[in-house]
Design a protein around this ligand. Structure first.
Ligand code: PEP
Ligand code: MN
Length: 337
């Protein structure tokens, strides 16, 4: 339920509502808007709870939250959430660009790409140090030495680091180095991991599972929000379908759909979303046109030699062209990129 307070309701009346919610065995979550304050009462439905709250002083009305995800829903909070990490801004009219290699491979590779990313005007550097690979025989990342290189690249460029954390036991280590914690598609429904990254307190980039519905995706985000961490970025990265001309099918309708259902920013990853380098820039442009709050793109100085996902990596030249084109689309629509 959402308890909508009367305009300019006094602080002590809001406190009374919170106390009542807790007394009813529910959790409270206060959202202060520009004009109105609402207090969400979260938990299992209780008989009589609605009436008990409705009759309190300062309460305008009590309405049920219809979406299964509560804190993520626009029913509770209408203003868009803007997630910031260093100079990376995702949401609220800012299209944050995060680019970098699929995997951190060497100091030379990472620093070269980091400078390229910074010079393109992007503000986020991606790179996996712990890699989820389909085959256990593939390159699985450099581990902590990869994280050290990411931190060095941040020192050199000022870019915000985005890197994946694959397991609960790695959360402390990864949080020590990164600015944004990435939850990979394969882990979208790893609930203990979602709670652990939420508790680490850093912004989280949550990738959609390749077979997850929108409700499942938003409920996964809810696990993170429920820890008290409001900084969640949703990432559409493509789903598994019968199509075989692409690695994954990138459903761009999820951008406007999610933006109607949630206040969280929505970012698109056209690299995993197509799996083909020559499809990345057109889909990145389309994502900007669809209203994405950010892009995450894989690049490599020599895609043929990449240790992972080389077939979908843009060369430096192709990447620079993509950013220029996306910026033009953003400008027409009044977004900053
Ligand atoms: C990645 O970003 O390199 C990655 C492994 O992505 P996903 O989890 O979307 O497959
Ligand atoms: Mn990859």
């Amino acid at each position: 339920m959402i308890v909508v307070m009367k305009e300019r309701a006094a602080r002590h009346l809001i406190e009374t509502v919170i106390a009542k919610i807790e007394q009813l065995g529910l959790r409270s979550h206060v959202v202060e808007g520009t004009e109105l304050t609402v207090v969400a009462a979260l938990g299992e439905k209780r008989d009589g709870a609605r009436q008990a709250l409705e009759t309190l002083e300062g309460v305008e009305k009590v309405v049920p939250i219809l979406a299964p995800y509560k804190m993520a829903s626009t029913e509770v909070k209408k203003q868009p959430t803007v997630v910031r990490a260093r100079d990376l801004i995702v949401g609220g009219g800012h299209v944050g660009v995060i680019a970098g290699p699929c995997s951190v491979e060497s100091r030379e590779q990472l620093l070269l790409l980091a400078r390229l990313v910074r010079d393109s005007g992007a503000t986020g550097l991606r790179g996996g140090a712990f890699k989820p690979r389909t085959s256990p025989y593939s390159f699985r990342g450099m581990g902590e030495s990869g994280l050290e290189l990411l931190a060095e690249a941040r020192e050199a460029t000022g870019l915000a680091i985005v890197t994946e954390v694959m397991a609960t036991e790695q959360v402390g280590l990864v949080a020590k180095y990164t600015d944004v914690m990435q939850i990979g598609a394969r882990n979208m429904q790893n609930y203990p991991l979602l709670e652990a990254v939420g508790e680490a307190g850093k912004p989280v980039l949550l990738k959609r599972g390749p077979s997850a519905t929108m409700d499942e995706f938003l409920l996964a985000a809810e696990y993170i929000l429920k820890t008290g961490n409001p900084n969640v970025i949703l990432c559409e990265r493509g789903i598994r379908t019968f199509e075989d001309h692409v690695r994954f099918t990138l459903p761009l309708a999820s951008v406007p759909y999610l933006k109607q259902k949630t206040h969280l920013p929505v970012l698109v990853d056209p690299s995993h979303g197509t799996g083909k380098a020559n499809l990345v820039a057109p889909m990145a442009r389309a994502a900007v046109a669809a209203g994405t709050d950010g892009l995450m793109v894989e690049i490599h100085p020599e895609p043929d030699r990449a240790l992972s996902d080389g077939f979908q990596a843009l060369t430096p030249d192709a990447y620079n062209r993509m950013v220029t084109e996306c910026r033009q689309v953003a400008m027409v629509l009044g977004f900053k990129l």
